[in-house]
Design a protein around this ligand. Structure first.
Ligand SMILES: C[S@@+](CC[C@H](N)C(=O)[O-])C[C@H]1O[C@@H](n2cnc3c(N)ncnc32)[C@H](O)[C@@H]1O
Length: 248
């Protein structure tokens, strides 16, 4: 990153990082060369500013993405008790915004935590596959549109870790997106737009992933059952689902 005349300029690697490296440095270079990212060459390297990156994100959505929604999710009457571990609590940090100091938010991407809009939660850089908490630590674990970001092959390990750190009778509450099979569809990003209601506040958010997986509610509830969770709630609405499990 460079600062010129009080404007921050980002290089190819910075931009690739912004997309969690799901778009490689080489692809970003290609977008610069095609003029799809408006930038300039400084000392033989491509650079651009935040406005041009925002324009590029819109172009990416038009060219490569299918977004469903916007769907409304009302959290106002959702009960989350005691000490809460929020898995993948970066992004908007919705659960942190909802439950504040009750929440420990973990995410392996430091920048996601730094950018999260929640302010009162405790944010820790950590991977859900390898939680650094003792057994039986939390009353509640949440995952708000996070499982869609985790490879299917890692879901079991993440669920086992969640089970381990939950106290007996603790609850795992999860919201996520049904992702259909991509088939022959050319577009390779799939996502959802949400309006999340917390009492009087509406949080507008959008979550998208590279469309190289499919998942649904039964995949998550079957996994939870296999690990020993009791299923308390299973609700599907449009393309999203809400699940609630108890460690018995
Ligand atoms: C975009 S957020 C989802 C929405 C977020 N919970 C919110 O409230 O806005 C998903 C997060 O999952 C994180 N993530 C990906 N793999 C993870 C893992 N193995 N453990 C924990 N979080 C992970 C990503 O870094 C990303 O920040």
């Amino acid at each position: 990153m460079k600062e010129i005349d009080n404007v921050e300029y980002f290089d190819i690697n910075n931009i690739s990082e912004m997309f969690h490296k799901k778009i490689s440095a080489e692809e970003i270079r290609g977008y610069f060369e095609e003029g799809k990212i408006k930038g300039k060459i400084i000392e033989n390297e491509w650079y651009t500013n935040q406005n041009a990156i925002d324009d590029f994100k819109n172009l990416l959505v038009d060219e490569r993405a299918i977004f469903v929604g916007p769907y409304k999710i009302d959290l106002s009457n959702i009960e989350l008790k005691g000490r809460i571990l929020d898995i993948g609590g970066g992004g908007e940090g919705v659960i942190g915004q909802f439950k504040g100091e009750q929440v420990v938010a973990i995410d392996p991407n430091r920048s996601e935590l730094e950018e999260a809009k929640s302010t009162k939660d405790l944010k820790i850089v950590m991977d859900a596959k390898d939680l650094q908490f003792l057994d039986n630590t939390f009353d509640t674990v949440t995952a708000f549109f996070t499982m869609m970001y985790i490879q299917i092959a890692d879901h079991k390990k993440v669920f086992e870790e969640i089970y381990r750190v939950l106290k007996k009778d603790g609850e795992f509450v999860l919201w996520d997106l049904t992702i259909p099979n991509r088939g022959n569809i050319k577009k390779d990003i799939y996502g959802v737009r949400l309006n999340v209601k917390i009492n009087d506040k509406i949080i507008e958010s959008g979550y998208g992933i590279l469309w190289n997986k499919e998942q649904d509610m039964d995949h998550h509830s079957d996994l939870a059952k296999d690990i020993g969770f009791k299923i308390l709630k299973k609700e599907e609405e449009k393309d999203t689902f809400y699940l609630r499990f108890r460690k018995s």
